[in-house]
Design a protein around this ligand. Structure first.
Ligand code: KIV
Length: 285
């Protein structure tokens, strides 16, 4: 990537331009400074500080228990690392469902932490909240289809939009979010044709995670991509391009062997002592 391009921060305007030019936006999750830095260096367009941090980083079984306080720690770290990428803070469960005031306050806290926008889950039922946030000047992405915060209601992590009727409901949700001022929509776990149908009927960018190729950009969870997710959830849409789990386990195990066999530390890892000081220390002992 050229320097001029690297320096130009991605904005909602850039994302609209990408769509207009038919160029796909590249989106990943990140929860820490190094991962955000590496994704940014690689030219990723959008980094989601997802509430998936509950599972990927904190080891919870689902996303429901992560708090705003925890999310803001991750958001600040990612915002420091993302020089060019657009940073999206994910509103956690119960941070926006209860009232407009909560939604605006918590979304505002993500912006104060360095995020460019926020994302929230749900369609028509959260559209008034999305309107409240956009009226407060906050850029909001809607997230529909499989919505992990509605795990109980959806009966697990299940593919959505599998029938024409279900897809029509998803489109109504998407339109309500667009009308409420959302700058983009994320579709999760939909057959490609259903996602394409929703995208064709909206004018804002429509991104997908597990929603096929006929959308304006792809999101993956970085732990799925890098191979360091520890847990049982293994969606079929995941593209695993590295084995960080194996690399890290191997490095720790080599370190353990070296310590136990006294191979580490070796002279190249030591700080040297001036020879005069060495003599005087020897004399003192
Ligand atoms: O938290 C997250 O990473 C998400 C994706 C699953 C879309 O919301």
């Amino acid at each position: 990537m050229g320097e001029a391009q690297a320096a130009r921060k991605v904005t909602t305007h850039t994302l609209r331009e990408l769509k207009a030019k038919g160029q796909r936006a590249v989106c990943v999750t990140a929860y820490d400074y190094p991962t955000a830095t590496f994704a940014d260096r690689a030219g990723v367009d959008l980094i989601l500080v997802g509430d998936s941090a509950a599972m990927t980083v904190l080891g919870h079984a689902n996303t429901l228990s992560i708090t705003m306080t925890e999310m803001l720690v991750f958001a600040r770290a990612v915002a420091r690392g993302a020089k060019r990428a657009f940073v999206l803070g994910d509103l956690p469960f119960l941070s926006y469902q209860v009232s407009d005031a909560d939604a605006i306050t918590n979304a505002g806290a993500f912006l104060a932490a360095g995020c460019d926008a926020v994302k929230c889950e749900g369609g028509r039922r959260v559209a008034p909240r999305v309107r409240a946030m956009t009226d407060a000047g906050i850029a909001v992405m809607g997230h529909i289809g499989l919505t992990p915060q509605a795990l109980g209601q959806q009966g697990g992590y299940r593919v959505q939009g599998k029938t024409r009727a279900q897809t029509a409901v998803i489109l109504d949700d998407a339109k309500a979010l667009e009308d409420a001022g959302a700058f983009a929509i994320l579709l999760e776990a939909l057959p490609p044709e259903s996602a394409a149908f929703v995208r064709e009927n909206l004018s804002i960018p429509v991104y997908g995670i597990g929603a096929g190729a006929q959308v304006d950009g792809q999101l993956v969870i970085s732990h799925d991509l890098l191979g360091n997710f520890v847990g049982e959830v293994k969606p079929r849409f995941v593209s695993r391009l590295a084995s960080v789990d194996a690399v890290v386990t191997e490095a720790f195990s080599t370190y353990a062997d070296q310590v136990r066999s006294a191979q580490f530390p070796a002279p190249e890892h030591w700080y040297s002592l001036d020879s005069k000081e060495l003599l005087s220390l020897a004399a003192a002992s």
